[in-house]
Design a protein around this ligand. Structure first.
Ligand code: OVM
Length: 410
């Protein structure tokens, strides 16, 4: 008997919690607390999967791609037994070595150096959008009422991102529903997945069409990806799937990230005032909002052998649900974890994941949020929520469906 096998192990604590019911999707905090308290690894009997909700174990597992694989899919369903709803992503749903070439190409295409060319125009677009809203909404007594999801959080990424990819601007109404479905599809086959069944073939057809080389403008992230195929850095089969990754993962996530920034600033007026005095903190505000909201709440991994975590063994082939949003509010890691604090160092949060699958678009997400926030700061003296915002439910994403906002203009 091996030394490891002789060591004492115990069964994982069992929880009957269902992370994918509306109550938990809409307000996951109480569930996160229960799961963290049960131990480093919990068995979720509702799905026969394991779960990690503490910071340290989530981070370690994300960085251990050898044992916690992505190749069988990062949703609940296991690609070894079930056919995926679309051909798997060559980035998200692969392990090294197949993961490496697509990753290297896209990290360069979306890297900080390449993004510099968008800074100026994305700032200007943000300023125009804010001006238009102020003019169009005819504020009364210097107070402007808006619905921040549609008016800002959706409007801004839809103005800058599809164009930066190289889309021609038609059919953009398909982008958010497609992404919403893709993120729902990582969860169980529930009502959230079923709601798109009728529309889905159209959404898929439109997205796949946009990934073709002939469809993409000759400048932009899409063209850059196809040029990597010309250099043989990736294959011609991989190129359209990498463009598809941008269109899947790059829109809904930034919408909810931007809405989170606005929500936390509206509910923390003293921090908003500090940010107006010290606008160089915009980047910290965005990072802190990403930590607290964690727009991507969860991803699964698959155990490639019996994997020991603490004194529990996760059996070979089982799925493990990684609660990024819970890790980002784990009191074992963060002081006063639920507080939005511009003085905090939020680095090390796992809202973008960690390890070799860590969000390849994170610089794009930050740039969008910072440009928009910097356009708002000089023009808006204070932010207020006139009513309770409502949650958008998704099996993977956390975001606001409606965020009514009052802005007192500067
Ligand atoms: C992809 C992808 C990457 C990250 C997230 C995601 C739907 C998809 O490569 O298609 O969510």
């Amino acid at each position: 008997m091996s030394l490891a096998a002789e060591q004492h192990t115990r069964p994982a604590p069992v929880s009957e919690l269902d992370p994918f019911i509306p109550e938990n999707l809409g307000a996951p905090g109480a569930m996160h607390h229960q799961l963290r308290e049960l131990g480093p690894v919990v068995h979720l009997s509702a799905y026969n999967v394991y779960a990690m909700a503490r910071y340290e174990e989530v981070r370690e597992a994300l960085e251990n791609w050898q044992e916690f694989s992505s190749g069988a899919g990062v949703g609940l369903s296991n690609f070894r037994y079930e056919k995926p709803w679309r051909p798997p992503s060559v980035l998200l749903e692969t392990d090294p070595p197949r993961h490496d070439a697509p990753r290297a190409v896209l990290s360069k295409v979306l890297g900080p150096r390449q993004l510099r060319r968008f800074r100026e125009s994305w700032s200007q677009t943000a300023e125009s959008l804010v001006s238009e809203i102020i003019d169009r909404r005819a504020p009364s007594g210097g107070v402007l009422s808006l619905e921040a999801v549609e008016d800002l959080a959706e409007a801004y990424p839809l103005r800058v991102f599809p164009r930066a990819v190289g889309l021609d601007g038609s059919g953009l109404e398909h982008l958010l529903p497609y992404g919403d479905h893709a993120f729902n599809a990582f969860g169980p086959d529930n009502e959230l997945v079923a709601q798109r069944a009728e529309q889905l073939p159209q959404l898929i057809g439109w997205v796949n069409e946009q990934c073709r080389r002939e469809r993409l403008s000759d400048k932009g992230f899409g063209a850059d990806i196809w040029q990597a195929a010309d250099r043989l850095d990736i294959t011609e089969e991989q190129a359209p799937l990498i463009v598809r990754s941008l269109l899947t993962a790059g829109v809904d996530t930034t919408v909810y990230g931007i809405a989170a920034v606005l929500y936390h600033l509206a509910t923390n007026p003293e921090e908003y005032q500090r940010l107006r005095r010290e606008p160089q903190l915009a980047r910290a505000a965005v990072e802190e909002a990403f930590r607290l909201e964690s727009p991507v709440q969860t991803f699964f991994r698959t155990a490639l052998s019996d994997v020991r975590v603490g004194d529990v063994v996760i059996p070979d082939g089982h799925k493990i649900l990684m609660f990024l949003g819970s890790a980002n509010r784990d009191p074992r890691r963060w002081e006063d974890p639920d507080r939005f604090d511009l003085s905090r160092d939020p680095s090390g949060h796992v809202a973008f994941g960690s390890g070799l699958h860590q969000c390849v678009g994170q610089h794009v997400a930050r740039l969008e949020a910072v440009c928009l926030l910097q356009a708002i700061l000089p023009r808006v003296e204070s932010l207020r929520l006139p009513e309770e915002p409502t949650r958008h439910l998704n099996n993977t994403l956390q975001g606001w469906e409606r965020l009514p906002l009052e802005m007192t203009l500067a």
